[in-house]
Design a protein around this ligand. Structure first.
Ligand code: ATP
Ligand code: MG
Length: 332
């Protein structure tokens, strides 16, 4: 039996380079050896976009097109839609009774997001509890591996706490524990060098970015503020151009030489940015073209999602039934 994987993305916007290095590249590789399900997490996206559901519904097909454009193959991977999988919402209700508010408030990623979004006491209840619904997503597919960026590590920890609690209450291993699979680049910073690249923070280069958008983003990238003249020695640490070169340039040896030169002085930010821009243009051009082609056939994208969701419904309903039986809630 193949090992099971569950991952997902919030349709809060088209996917970006952070998703590419943090998770998508791994998923393309893993689909050949694992039983992989990918969830378009529209319910989770609504937890901080409740006032703007159109933003979420508009982005569902964008995300599906991104998956296919980078090479996720729907004959190997099940691509499904969270809001069309009622078992996930039901499981969330059961798990909600096993997690305290204090525990939810301690989750460092949620804490950071609450602060960034300026929620204070106006935080939507659904937002505070989204790690519970994420536990429902992961366990519903009996996933043991979860390829994610490092912002998701606290969610995996919380999921495993729920798994252990439920299993100990019912006295049987109904739910599976899971582990995070971090990529070689688990956190790509935004182009401003702060926090992680994120759709919601406007610091992203999307997979469908145009040539001009890529050029403008690289131009605006944070470098070393003390590297004023080309002859000045430059600093690599915290210099986003080098972080991205490490993440995306295929020739690591060349990048090491470039770093030595930059540190010594004599290499301008214009030159390093040009190298990065060329590299990103050639990485993204084929993805953008494929994405454009796919977006012209929305009926096909919907069909991919419909078929995947049908399969995912069968799997998740089975797990829900196991949980209800274990809780003694299956009289009829
Ligand atoms: P939002 O700002 O709406 O939360 P996001 O950009 O954080 O969007 P998500 O849909 O929340 O994207 O994340 C989907 C997956 O991509 C998660 O596994 C997450 O860890 C990973 N990921 C997101 N951003 C990055 C990043 N900058 N570097 C590495 N992985 C990332
Ligand atoms: Mg996020």
């Amino acid at each position: 039996m193949k090992e099971r994987i569950l991952t997902g993305d919030r349709p809060t916007g088209p996917l970006h380079l952070g998703h590419y290095v943090g998770s998508l590249q791994q998923r393309v590789r893993l689909q050949q050896t694992h039983d992989q399900t990918i969830l378009v997490a529209d319910l989770q996206a609504l937890t901080d976009n409740g006032q703007n559901p159109k933003k979420i519904s508009d982005n569902i097909l964008n995300v599906v097109a991104d998956y296919l454009a980078v090479g996720i193959d729907p004959t190997q991977t099940t691509i499904c839609l969270q809001s069309a999988l009622p078992a996930l919402s039901e499981l969330t209700m059961y798990y909600s009774n096993l997690v305290s508010i204090a525990r939810l408030e301690r989750n460092p990623t949620v804490k950071h997001e609450i602060h960034y979004r300026g929620f204070g006491r106006t935080i939507p209840a659904g937002f505070l509890t989204y790690p519970i619904s994420q536990a429902a997503d992961i366990t519903a597919f009996r996933a043991t591996q979860v390829p994610v960026g490092d912002d998701q590590l606290p969610m995996i920890e919380q999921t495993n706490e729920i798994v252990r609690r439920l299993n100990s209450i019912v006295g049987a291993p109904v739910l599976c524990e899971c582990q995070a699979m971090l990529s070689h680049f688990p956190r790509l910073p935004g182009i401003d060098g702060r926090a992680k690249m994120s759709k919601s923070m406007g610091t992203a280069i999307t997979l469908g970015a145009t040539e001009n958008q890529i050029r403008a983003a690289v131009k605006a990238m944070y470098t070393d503020p003390n590297h004023l003249r080309i002859t000045d020695p430059g600093q690599i640490e915290g210099n986003v151009v080098f972080t991205y070169l490490d993440a995306f340039h295929p020739d690591a040896g060349f990048i090491e030489e470039l770093k030595t030169h930059y540190r010594r002085g004599g290499l301008g930010d214009g030159q390093t940015k040009k190298i990065l821009e060329d590299c990103l243009q050639s990485l993204l051009a084929p993805i953008r073209e494929e994405r454009q082609r796919l977006m012209q056939d929305k009926a096909m994208l919907i069909e991919v999602l419909r078929q995947g969701t049908e399969q995912a419904n069968e799997v998740s309903q089975r797990l829900l039934l196991d949980v209800k039986r274990a809780l003694g809630l299956s009289l009829f």
